[in-house]
Write a protein of this length. Structure first.
Lengths: 393, 476
């Protein structure tokens, strides 16, 4: 008997999985069948759109992990910080030339010195720096409401990049070559630091960010509402701001797939993630690659922060949203861009479907995403799209 | 930023001048408090001594919208009372780190903060908490340490224990959340013309001790006895939720035509926004706990407008168990308005919690005056002495609410009234009927701020006692 079990362990495990899946289906099908089509469609639409936000957040976490192997616990706070920087430029009637110049100068210096301070001494680099400084300063200081979007977007990008580069330069770079755990702990410290800074600068209260006001001004429906009471038994709505977040997540996904597959920096990032010391020995500029990764992640965080802030508001709760993206990251695979997208969408869908099928149980918020994550990790410990790693001990 | 500050101050002034019944602030005595503040006469001079106001709670998490203005209210009130003679000569103090701590809403942080305070050589005689989860966490500990606690509102387990029959050391100034829902059901029952036929409440809230506090078997049976059904599948969403369409549709499918929320700040806003997005705002009435009527809700809702152009929370009905900013014929409210103006408090600070901050300070003054008179000196005061005072006290702090725990029999003040949130009209003399009719303030980001007002719909009356085994719980 024991021999039989040992010999056929793989088949038996697969059979057990199939049996569980069948039982689950037998249980769920009647519940699903009892729902009106409009409700099923609505929950699917909502799940995908909310999942798009999770995917965007997950993407930022994966970028850092892909480049450095670090799980960034500060990502949620980077989201809030970026959103608040956007808000500052967006809500003010104008920004002083001095403030814009200071932000631009810091960012340009940090960007140009990714490989070391000596870069500044190269005439070509210095010239690029001066040009970038002037352009950024002018764009961020454009006065008047008609420039508020331009001002806010450039300001948020500049602020986001500065935060990403500063984090890498002053906290992560000194730890290159040290155990990864040290870097992970450092991200926790960064989270606390950003928590303090945001409260110090912007306070603790929620801030409405009406970044989607233009949708209504253009005459676009907000939300898109489809009255299908006669045909599907209900109303279906699509919230415009979430649709934008979703489309942006898709766009970011395509861009990063291409980036990692076809650009030198992208390929180098993958190499650095494999082994920082080896990559350095092979002549890769590990510092620059890490800095670029953190800048990209900060930009993604800023984007997610602005979109989420526009969909709800900018509040100190926002970083908690990143916690909901963690299952998405693990589900998809820690270093997989595709995994981040698919994981985000699955988590969003599971939440909404659980809310729909089990009303009054909190299954959607508290249970279902983690249950799915657990099951997937049991079946595929590296996530749906994660790389299989074999540790030789 | 200057322009933004100017506009915010302008909004603040508009909020302050809302009522047509405004009157001049009560003239103050040169040194003492105004005449309408009738504290017990001091028999012991406490000049040179200090009375610390210890408090702990979530100053940076989900509750920050409420708790930050509480800090502002406490600070302004402490400064005012100290400038007017303090408490029998003693100065009130509350310094960050030393006397109050931010827990960020984390249970472990709340425990750590409490441990720090309770282990002091001179441990607090009295403590202020902000939230139901902290009250539930610390209930047995404060009883053991004999530290009475003041809190704005609480859950049954926090105030009366798991058996709902053991009054502890925590005293709430608002009716229990369950009692507030019961009071709302009374209002629905007595005003059927304002609500859909067969009124059915869908309970939708944040998860946790606060959000779930009003959904109890007692409220369900009480409301049923009043002809109001509560759907038996409550819906809960996280404060971070981006879209709660599915939750709201679940309740509508279950027959709900009233949505009641025990959340605050963005919580009621997202519920209202979803109702508008679904196009059912004419079919569904919004209602909520006292915090759902807060200024913060009205200000946040400018991002979610209804089909009438007014913020989606326009018309939300809920509890208002204290005097409100607009009731300036009340000298206490007039004083608070005057001080908020003097301290240039922003519109978002002029909320429930700022009022409660003043109420707490005035309550402290009365409690200590009575207790010191009884025990002879400030040094001799213990938590047990303070509790004895609270149990027997009959006092109205600045006229905001009536402080009377019926000889120690109860732990939550029962008086309540029902009110509705509206937005000021363009002429400043009543509620707006549409966005075009509303008074708005242009903000630098190109959007408009609406000015929330609260309209009391009933007079003060005791809320039903809906603790398990409470006097008003229908016999099953």
């Amino acid at each position: 008997m024991t021999t039989f079990l040992e010999t056929n362990k793989r088949y038996l495990t697969t059979a057990a999985y199939i049996l569980v899946a069948l039982l689950l289906l037998l249980w769920l099908v009647p519940i699903i069948g009892g729902q009106r089509p409009a409700r099923l469609i609505q929950s699917t639409v909502t799940g995908l759109l909310v999942g798009g936000v999770y995917a965007l957040i997950a993407l930022g976490i994966v970028i850092i992990n892909k480049a450095s192997g670090v799980f960034n616990f500060a990502h949620g706070w980077m989201m809030l910080f970026g959103g608040l920087v956007f808000y500052s430029f967006f809500s003010a009637a104008g920004v002083s030339l001095l403030a814009a110049g200071a932000l631009a100068l810091l960012t340009v210096i940090m960007a140009l010195t990714m490989a070391g301070w000596r870069s500044l001494l190269q005439p070509r680099t210095a010239l690029i720096g001066v040009a970038a400084f002037i352009v950024l300063t002018v764009l961020m200081a454009l006065p008047g409401r008609e420039w508020q979007y331009m001002r806010a977007i450039i300001g948020a990008i500049t602020g986001g990049v500065l935060v990403g580069l500063a984090i890498e330069r002053f906290t992560i770079r000194p730890l290159i070559g040290q155990p990864l755990f040290a870097m992970v702990l450092m991200t926790l410290a960064i989270a606390e630091l950003l928590n303090g800074v945001t409260q110090l600068v912007w306070g603790s209260v929620e801030i409405p960010l009406q970044v989607f006001a233009w949708v209504g001004q253009l005459g676009l429906p907000q939300p898109i509402r489809y009255d299908a009471r006669d045909t599907l038994g209900g109303i279906i709505i699509i919230r415009t701001e979430l649709l934008f977040a979703f489309l942006l997540a898709l766009l970011a996904f395509v861009a990063f797939v291409l980036f990692f597959r076809y650009t030198n920096v992208g390929l180098a990032m993958r190499g650095v993630a494999e082994d920082q010391r080896l990559a350095q020995a092979l002549g890769m500029r590990v510092r620059v690659i890490l800095a670029v990764a953190w800048a990209i992640a900060a930009l993604l965080a800023t984007t997610a922060g602005v979109l989420q802030g526009g969909a709800t508001s900018l509040s100190l709760n926002m970083p908690l949203l990143a916690l909901l993206a963690f299952p998405a990251v693990l589900l998809g695979g820690l270093e997989s861009i595709t995994g981040a997208l698919v994981g985000g969408l699955i988590i969003g869908l599971v939440q909404e479907w659980a809310n729909l099928l089990f009303p009054g149980t909190q299954a959607g918020t508290e249970l279902a995403p983690y249950l799915v994550l657990m099951v997937v990790l049991i079946v595929r410990p590296d996530g749906l799209f994660g790389q299989k790693r074999i540790e030789r001990i | 930023m200057r322009k933004l500050s100017f506009i915010l101050i302008l909004v603040a002034l508009l909020v302050a001048i809302l009522p047509t019944t405004a009157q001049e602030a009560t003239p103050e005595a040169a040194m003492g408090l105004p005449d309408f503040i009738q504290h017990t006469a001091c028999e012991v001079d406490l000049t040179g001594e200090t009375i610390p106001i210890y408090h702990l709670g979530d100053l940076s998490g989900s509750y920050a919208f409420i708790t930050q203005p509480l800090l502002a209210g406490l600070a302004d009130a402490i400064a005012y009372y100290n400038a007017h003679g303090g408490v029998c000569g003693a100065q009130l103090v509350s310094n960050e780190g030393e006397h109050y701590r931010d827990t960020g809403g984390a249970r472990d942080q709340a425990q750590a903060a409490y441990d720090a305070f309770s282990s002091l050589d001179d441990k607090p005689d009295l403590l202020v908490l902000y939230a139901s989860p902290d009250a539930e966490l610390l209930r047995s500990q404060v009883a053991e340490d004999e530290i009475p606690v003041l809190i704005s509102a609480g859950s049954v387990p926090g105030l009366y224990g798991e058996d709902a029959a053991t009054p502890g050391w925590i005293y709430a100034s608002n009716p229990l959340y369950a009692d507030q829902l019961g009071a709302f059901c009374n209002y629905v029952s007595e005003n059927p013309d304002r609500f859909p036929a067969n009124p059915t409440i869908g309970y939708i809230s944040w998860p946790g001790a606060f959000g779930e506090a009003a959904y109890t078997p007692e409220t369900i049976s009480y409301c049923a006895s009043k002809g109001v059904t509560i759907v038996d599948t409550p819906e809960y969403f996280l404060p971070t939720a981006t879209d709660i369409t599915t939750n709201v549709q679940n309740l509508l499918d279950a027959g709900a035509n009233i949505l009641y929320t025990n959340s605050l700040a963005s919580g009621p806003v997202i519920v209202a926004k979803t109702v508008v997005d679904l196009g059912v705002e004419d079919e569904v009435v919004l209602a909520g706990v006292n915090w759902a009527l807060d200024t913060s809700v009205g200000l946040l809702s400018r991002t979610a407008l209804g089909s009438d152009g007014l913020p989606a929370v326009n018309g939300i009905i809920g509890s208002l168990p204290f005097r409100w900013w607009s009731e300036r014929d009340q000298p206490g409210i007039a004083l608070i308005n005057e001080q908020a103006d003097a301290n240039q408090r922003r519109p978002q600070d002029r909320n429930i919690a700022y009022l409660l901050g003043w109420g707490i300070v005035d309550t402290y003054a009365e409690i200590y005056a009575q207790t010191v008179n009884r025990v002879g000196s400030l040094d001799a005061v213990t938590g047990a002495d303070i509790k004895e005072t609270i149990d027997s006290m009959d006092y109205s702090p600045l006229g905001l609410y009536h402080f009377n725990y019926q000889g120690g029999a109860t732990r939550a003040l029962p008086d309540n009234r029902i009110a509705m949130m509206a937005f000021l009209n363009a002429t400043g003399d009543g509620p707006a009927t549409s966005g075009d009719d509303a008074m708005t303030v242009d903000l630098p980001d190109g959007t408009k701020a609406f000015i929330p007002i609260l309209i009391p719909l009933t007079d003060f009356a005791p809320a039903p006692d809906l603790r398990p085994g409470g006097a008003d719980v229908p016999a099953s």
